[in-house]
Design a protein around this ligand. Sequence first.
Ligand SMILES: NC(=O)c1ccc[n+]([C@@H]2O[C@H](COP(=O)([O-])OP(=O)(O)OC[C@H]3O[C@@H](n4cnc5c(N)ncnc54)[C@H](O)[C@@H]3O)[C@@H](O)[C@H]2O)c1
Length: 349
Amino acid sequence: MIGVAMIGAGRMARVHAKAIRNTRARIASVYDVLPENSASLAEELGAKFCRTAEEAMSAPGVDAVIIASSAASHVEHIKLAVSLGKRVMCEKPLAQSYVGALEIHAHLGAEAKRVFMAFNRRFDPGHRRMWERIRAGEIGNVTQLVMHSRDPGLPPRDYIEKSGGQFRDMMVHNFDMARWLLGEEPVSVYATGSCVHEAWVAEAGDVDHSASILMTASGKIAVLAESRVCSFGFDQRIEAHGSKGMLLSENPTQTPLKFYGLGGTDAHYASSDRLKLFFLERYGESYAQEIEAFVDVVVDDADAPVNVHDGLRSAYISEAATRSFHTGQPVALNERSVFEDPIPKQKSA
Ligand SMILES: NC(=O)c1ccc[n+]([C@@H]2O[C@H](COP(=O)([O-])OP(=O)(O)OC[C@H]3O[C@@H](n4cnc5c(N)ncnc54)[C@H](O)[C@@H]3O)[C@@H](O)[C@H]2O)c1
């Protein structure tokens, strides 16, 4: 049995704590900066309540650490866990800023490939099957990806203000997915966005819907369309078009039943077949698969299949997309382009 220290005791900590019950691991200790949060989660799990991150990570029987605290503390917690010789799984994003991501990547050196980045969408059964079938050559050379990611509703204003903006906070998931599915790094990004749903999002310095286009050196294109608002639930779809066919990873619904009427050729889902409401429900299986993959990595003392290199790369694309949005120009993905002329932190759309 692997002992795990849980750092942070909020939403994602609870998701991971639930998933870990079905694995060869258990939560041994819990630390959250808010003692009331750590106390309630520790009590629920029968784990040790701790007053510092170091106490939790050094508790008896702890082999690994899950970092599910707020983004601003990820770098500090990764450093501490690695210095104590623990295996780490860290929630996205790797760091609150690209500079922070660079710093932790450089600090870790060879250890970077052993720190597991929690890009859970790679573990979604539909998306993973798509990746496997692309790798098996079933649709030939993949030339285009079209990815949709729409949340059911806006988060609180306070969240938007601290998020770093839609490209860093939300689109980072699909920047990672695009790299993974295309099997090739993008060489340029063009990003745009605006506020069409709520004016206060612009006042808070962000956009409420956006799009990015990534291009690779061989000419592959990924189009990412994202929105903080969606009238019918959590809309998560990926289309991969290749030289020999197309794969679609659709929104999972409760039944595969579709209705066909005399009135037309359109098919639609039965009315009871609602979409999953949000990420906890839609990506539940991916979180379970992700934790299993992490526990395997710890047991086998293996490299992490998705790691700090991926965290840094997606942070880099997010940073470049934010720059593209601010300048209205495509950004070439070379190290210099992101460092020239620091971009303002926020901009009203
Ligand atoms: N992979 C996904 O699908 C997904 C979904 C949502 C959030 N996230 C990420 O997970 C992380 C946590 O998000 P959440 O939704 O659980 O947030 P949350 O606010 O529910 O929980 C965060 C917890 O961290 C604690 N915390 C803050 N600073 C801390 C520190 N220095 N030390 C210890 N604890 C600290 C807070 O008190 C809080 O209890 C974020 O990085 C977020 O981007 C990932």
